[in-house]
Design a protein around this ligand. Structure first.
Ligand code: ADP
Ligand code: MG
Length: 378
């Protein structure tokens, strides 16, 4: 109930927005994060600054918090498992273990009957890689992705031939990887699902996502795709949440590819937490993805995911700061545009510093204004 102390693993902006949702409903939050001055720890009620595997700190967190959640998937699954032995944890270590490893994630997708991008596992044996690639020439040109710790297009590289693969694999210190066929994408969409401990499920409107250099740039909601594909994307996302027995918020990223005159959905990635493509929910939906995360953790019924209108979200990357502070008046002078900054101290190129969301009656109107602002800031 409100007033309780909740635990959060991770220091990023997703955690910061979770804390804001928790604070607005009267909860307090303790953050466990090894870094100093992170976006979430600076607004937390308490910051435990330690390694995620530190057993004394995990004990302190577990014993003083009514429930613990996470804002990123790279926390060691063992830490979550330890916390779950003594209290309420959302999501479970099993969800995180699948989503934090591209090899397990792909296997999970395919073994459960969903379609993934054609791929092969690349491991530390030159001979078997060679044999495998001879059998799969269709994987070139492809993208080699390291199986763990990749994000925002980091930890992936284009490889045009089997000959290039070994160099790329060495570049990743011969860590286990997946090689994916590089596909011509018609579009990308994502679905945020909320699933409670009692199995209650809600999906948010489908977001259409445009990336630049592997980093999310713009999300357009509702996605401009057919009602059939929208329906199917939600169905698959719920199915995935159920098959994972996920208790929390989950995002499923899809590729939309042409299949003759039809379109098909391939599952790209699963994030076991709120997602950048769901930031629009803060301003455009009755309940945000972060409030949903809070409700699930606290055993409160899910909120409505209905949307007030159309929305377009634009990410603000550190590149924008190259010539000093961005011209915020270009964002702030519009009455239906919401600015969010994450309080990060250093603006590095490619680093997510904030976002803005444009609200309008139609996606066309929202997109037009979003792009005008983008140009004015550039
Ligand atoms: P990240 O963890 O960095 O989000 P993704 O696998 O989602 O990694 O890749 C980031 C982006 O790169 C995708 O959203 C997409 O735009 C592009 N991309 C990734 N894999 C492929 C692929 N196999 N074919 C075409 N584009 C891809
Ligand atoms: Mg992705």
């Amino acid at each position: 109930m409100p007033g309780a102390m909740l635990g959060l693993l991770g220091g990023g902006q997703l955690g910061r927005m979770f804390i804001m949702a928790a604070h607005s409903m009267g909860y307090r939050v303790t953050v466990l994060d090894p870094a100093k001055d992170s976006p979430s720890s600076t607004i937390a009620d308490r910051h435990l600054r330690a390694d995620y595997l530190d057993s004394d700190t995990l004990y302190k967190l577990g014993s003083t918090c009514a429930g613990v959640t996470t804002e990123f998937e790279n926390v060691p699954a063992e830490s979550i498992r330890t916390l779950a032995e003594h209290g309420v944890v959302s999501p479970a270590a099993s969800s995180i273990a699948v989503a934090q490893n591209r090899i397990l994630e792909k296997k999970f997708i395919v073994n459960n009957g969903f379609e993934a991008v054609p791929y092969a596992v690349i491991q530390n044996s030159h001979n078997s890689n060679e044999a495998l690639l001879q059998a799969h020439p269709e994987l070139f040109p492809g993208l080699l992705k390291v199986s763990r710790f990749g994000y925002d297009g980091k930890g992936q590289i284009r490889v045009n031939s089997a000959a290039e693969l070994d160099g790329a694999f060495n570049g990743f210190n011969r860590e286990p990887c997946v090689l994916e066929q590089l596909l011509p994408l018609e579009s990308e969409v994502s679905v945020i699902v909320a699933r409670g401990f009692d199995g209650e499920v809600a999906t948010f409107p489908v977001s259409e996502n445009q990336h630049r250099n592997g980093i999310l740039d713009v999300s357009i909601v509702p996605a401009r795709i057919s009602p059939e594909i929208i329906h199917r994307a939600k169905e698959i996302a719920v199915d995935i949440a159920e098959k994972l027995d996920h208790r929390g918020v989950l995002c499923v990223e899809f590729f939309v590819v042409a299949d003759g005159s039809h379109r098909k959905l391939l599952v790209n990635e699963i994030a076991p937490r709120p997602h950048n493509s769901g930031h629009y929910t803060i301003d455009a939906c009755i309940t945000s993805q972060f409030e949903q995360q809070l409700r699930i953790l606290c055993g409160i019924p899910l909120g409505s995911t209905a949307m007030h209108g159309a929305a377009v979200m634009v990410n603000l990357l550190g590149d924008l700061w190259q010539r000093g502070e961005p011209k915020w008046e270009e964002v702030l002078r519009h009455p239906s545009v919401k600015l969010h900054l994450y309080g990060k101290l250093a603006a590095r190129p490619g680093r997510k510093m904030g976002h803005y969301t444009v609200l309008a009656d139609t996606t066309e109107a929202a997109l037009q204004l979003a792009l005008e602002i983008k140009q004015a800031l550039a």
